[in-house]
Design a binder for this molecule. Sequence first.
Ligand code: ASP
Length: 328
Amino acid sequence: MLPNIHILATGGTISAKVADKTAMTGYTASVVGVQDLIDAVPAIAGIASISGEQVTNVLSHCLTIDILLRLAGRVNELLADDRIDGIVITHGTNTLEETAYFLNLTVNSHKPVVITGAMRPSTAISADGPINLLNAVRLAASKESRGQGVLVMLNEKINSGRDVTKTNTMAVETFQAPEMGYLGYLQEGQAYFSRRSSYRHTVDSEFSPLSVDNLPRVDIVYCYLDDDAFAVNAAVAAGARGIVAAATGHGMMSDKIRNGLIKASQQGIAVVRGSRCPFGLITATGDDETCGFIPAGSLNPQKARILLMLALTRTTERQELTRIFQQY
Ligand code: ASP
């Protein structure tokens, strides 16, 4: 009996076409539907019994919170069904890490959930979509993937939805977890896990399952030489309930931004101190207490935003938010 794997398609370059086979950009996105994706990889029929549905068909930078919530709801609904053994999600690569982390925190099941995509359009010479989809189905069908949290499968590497980030604008080996490392490899159809994520996820997450219609607004403020608080003020004026600072170095920022963020925090807006550096931790300093800030730990700003939006559905208390940032 083959495992039952359900594919949820959301769009992205994996669903794109361009007339010139050598072109890797300038494609028309959102033209290949879920059945065409499945039909392009006949070999998956030998691995799993496949069903599929189109959740949306957009480039991933055009996804909305509304779609994310709908996707999480659908994944939980499908995984609660005894007939479904695992889920594969096809997704654009640009914001794939945000969706992967969001689902890692909101999926309420041990069953495998694997997200994949492609860096080259479906029509390209050496397109990577078909092999990535094949490997994603193999991974979702493998027993070793159970309880590992939401996984990202591209380029034969198994990454954790928590740690993975897109590192390269065009290269097929773009998805990496530069400091934490891959969870393992998917080679010749076999999953080889070499580590587990030690952060809370899926069934251990206090955010799964999530039953809200919307998430509180959280904005990211990027810090740079000779900046001022205009972006902080804009976020506050737009009604942000949280702000993540992509600050410099170990979360350091100019006096103007710092004062703007202290003011925001005094107004009850949660402020997370992150970094624009690709590597390293943001650990607590005495200043966090004084200013009312929350250190981001090892989360990059876009993932810190996902966690803060979820955390703010439960609490606005700084100590509690700090605990959440330590555990997830
Ligand atoms: N270039 C992106 C991709 O690889 C577009 C997107 O994120 O949808 O899919």
